[in-house]
Design a binder for this molecule. Structure first.
Ligand code: FE2
Length: 320
C-alpha cells in the first residue's frame, strides 16, 4: 500500500469515527436519565478523534480534527441546551479538553517522528562510511554499491516487495562487498588474474561480510543478502552452493542488479555495454545465474528508469 493510499484510508477512518460519534450523540436523547448517561458517555468519545489524528498525522492533523470536533460539539451545546447557560458553559469548557487531547500527543508524535528520522539518517550515514572505508582500498566501490542498491530497490518494488523489506534489501545491496575489507591488498588490488589459492581467499568475502553485518540488529536481513550475494540460482555459486528459493529473495534480486551494473560500467578491458546488450546477457542467464521471475520483472522496467539511476552516480564524484 502506498503512503498516499495509507493516508487517504486513515482520513476516511477518522471522518467515519467522527461521523458515527456525532450521529449517535445527536440521536441519543438526554431524557430519561438512563439515556442521559449514554448521551454523556458518547460525548466523552469526542476525545478519541483528536488523539487518533495526533498519532497518524501529528500536530497539524490533531488541530484540524480538534477544530472539526469542536464545531460539531458546539452546535450540539446550542441546539440541545437552548438557554441553559450553565450547561452550555460546561460544554464549551469541555471543548478545551479536545484540544489538549490532540495538541499534546500531536506535538509528542511529531517529535518522535523527527527523532526516528534523525536515527534513520545516522544509520544511513554510518553505512555509507563503512562502504567508503572499502572504497579507500578498492576505488569506485561506493559508486557501484550505491547504484546497485538503487537498481535492487527498483526491481524489488516492481517485484511487489513492501517498503520496509525493500529498505532492508537495499542495505544488503549497499553492503554486499563489505567483507572484501578482510581480503589482503595483494589479492584485492591485483591487476592480473588470480591464482586458485588467491581465488579461495577472495571467495571468503561473503562470509566475512556476513560476520561483520549480522552483529547489527537492524541489518539481520541485510546480512543474509551479504552472505548469499555470490550464490547462483542453479546452485553453482558460493559460499554455500544454495539453489533456487533457498537463496534469500533479496540476494536473487541483487544478483540481476549487480551484473547489470557491472556490464554497463567501464572496465579496464572493455567499454560499457548498452542497456540492450546487458539485458540480452541477463536474459541468457535466466534460470542459470538468475531467478527467471526476477529476470522477467527486470525486463519489464523501462531503460529510462535505470538510466536515471546510473546518471545520478555517473561522473565518479561522490555525493557528500
Ligand atoms: Fe562480492
Amino acid at each position: 500500500m502506498s503512503k498516499q493510499n495509507g493516508s487517504r484510508n486513515k482520513i476516511i477512518v477518522l471522518a467515519s469515527v467522527i461521523g458515527i460519534i456525532a450521529l449517535l450523540h445527536y440521536l441519543t436523547p438526554t431524557e430519561p436519565h438512563a439515556y442521559h448517561k449514554l448521551h454523556i458517555i458518547l460525548r466523552k468519545l469526542y476525545f478519541l478523534p483528536p488523539v487518533m489524528a495526533a498519532a497518524w498525522f501529528g500536530l497539524r492533523g490533531a488541530c484540524a480534527t480538534a477544530l472539526a470536533v469542536s464545531l460539531l460539539f458546539i452546535m450540539h451545546a446550542f441546539l440541545d441546551w437552548p438557554g441553559n447557560y450553565m450547561e452550555q458553559a460546561n460544554q464549551v469548557g469541555e471543548l478545551a479538553g479536545f484540544w489538549v487531547a490532540g495538541v499534546i500527543p500531536g506535538w509528542l508524535f511529531d517529535r518522535q517522528r523527527s527523532l526516528l528520522q534523525e536515527l534513520a539518517n545516522a544509520n544511513e550515514e554510518t553505512l555509507l562510511c563503512l562502504v567508503s572505508a572499502l572504497d579507500l582500498r578498492e576505488h569506485n566501490t561506493r559508486l557501484h554499491s550505491q547504484r546497485v542498491r538503487e537498481y535492487t530497490e527498483l526491481i524489488a518494488s516492481r517485484f511487489g516487495v513492501d517498503e520496509k523489506t525493500r529498505r532492508e534489501i537495499g542495505f544488503g545491496a549497499l553492503l554486499h562487498d563489505v567483507g572484501k575489507m578482510a581480503v589482503p591488498d595483494q589479492i584485492l588490488l591485483k591487476p592480473d588474474k588470480l591464482t586458485d589459492e588467491e581465488w579461495q581467499e577472495m571467495r571468503k568475502h561473503p562470509e566475512a561480510g556476513y560476520r561483520i553485518v549480522k552483529r547489527i540488529g537492524f541489518l539481520r536481513d541485510a546480512a543474509e543478502i551479504v552472505h548469499a550475494h555470490h550464490e547462483r540460482y542453479d546452485g553453482g555459486g558460493y559460499p554455500r552452493g544454495l539453489k533456487g528459493d533457498e537463496i534469500p529473495l533479496g540476494a536473487r534480486l541483487f544478483m540481476v542488479a549487480d551484473v547489470y551494473d557491472a556490464l554497463t560500467s567501464q572496465r579496464p578491458y572493455r567499454s560499457p555495454l548498452s542497456h540492450e546488450e546487458a539485458a540480452a546477457e541477463i536474459r541468457k542467464q535466466s534460470g542459470y545465474h538468475f531467478d527467471p521471475a526476477v529476470v522477467a520483472t527486470f525486463m519489464a522496467i523501462a531503460p529510462e528508469e535505470l538510466r536515471l539511476i546510473a546518471e545520478r552516480y555517473w561522473n565518479g564524484e561522490l555525493p557528500d
